[in-house]
Design a protein around this ligand. Sequence first.
Ligand code: ADP
Length: 341
Amino acid sequence: MFQTARLKLTAWYLLIIMMVSLSFSAVIYRSLSTEVERFSRMQRSRIENRLRNTVVIPFDEMTTPPPPAIDDRELVEYIKHRIIIVLGFINSSIFLISGLLGYMLAGRTLQPIQEMVDEQNRFISDASHELRTPLTALKSTLEVNLRDKDLTLEAAKSILKESIQDVDTLQSLSDSLLTLAQYQSPGSKKPFEKIQVTPLLAEAVKQVSPLAKKKRIAIHLQSDTGTVSGIRYSLLDLFVILLDNAVKYSKQNGTIHIHTAKKDKHTVVTIKDTGVGIAQKDIPHIFDRFYRADSARTKNSKDGYGLGLAIAKKIITTHHGDISVMSKTGTGSTFTVTLLA
Ligand code: ADP
């Protein structure tokens, strides 16, 4: 498809360039040949005049015809022919060079679109793969139980309850996929605003506190007043993802420290937990879509699908910021977010 689009774009480039080039050539040919003919007429009459003036006609030869007219038609035609050849050569060169350049430029123009389409195709295939597995499992559980003649009402209710939980998980997966898709598309860009960082972080802490309380995890927020520039709800999403992970991957009675600092024109937010940590081999991949480190993969899939950090990374990219992680298995992880103040 892209090859066809590239060839079509090149053909359009060529058509436009050749139309311009041929029109110019026609104008050049007309003016040059008029000039040549005018020049030849001038020369002819000058030579004829000179001959008329220099030829001494004896009295007795007064009746002889004047000197023969000079015929340079052949020369004029030859020059015109040469002009056509030169213009033809110039046009073929323009055709060849602009064809090659047009093909190259068309490739460059289409490349970002091709990358975007490739990325979207990968996203769709990853997403459908992730959705298919739990859906198939859910379907087969329901089918098996439907065929069971001895199924009691109580057992059926419990299966339905479990199925609803599975549907809830699938719903949260599709919500995450929609969020990620929304950040993937370069479309609508919301204007950035200056946001007070402390209330923003306090709001994120509030959202994860029910789970933190359940695990008796203490969250300490130490933040001086400062700002970050960006889209409020996206930045809230970002901090909720990081805090949610910090809570999820911490054991009971863990501690999470949130700290903010100013650095030049940036605000740096660090989120440090005392959780399970991330193995060095996993660190380069945790921001990839659907990647879950071994420690997390062995856990229940209800805890996540490996989309949180991919969304976080997209949010950081749209905010021209930076995110990095330092971690040690068994000790904990520190995520550092740098955003424009
Ligand atoms: P998930 O839904 O699995 O949490 P994420 O994209 O949020 O997906 O994270 C990707 C992986 O990175 C997780 O599966 C986990 O292995 C690892 N991870 C992220 N945050 C932490 C953390 N604070 N502590 C330990 N591991 C983490």
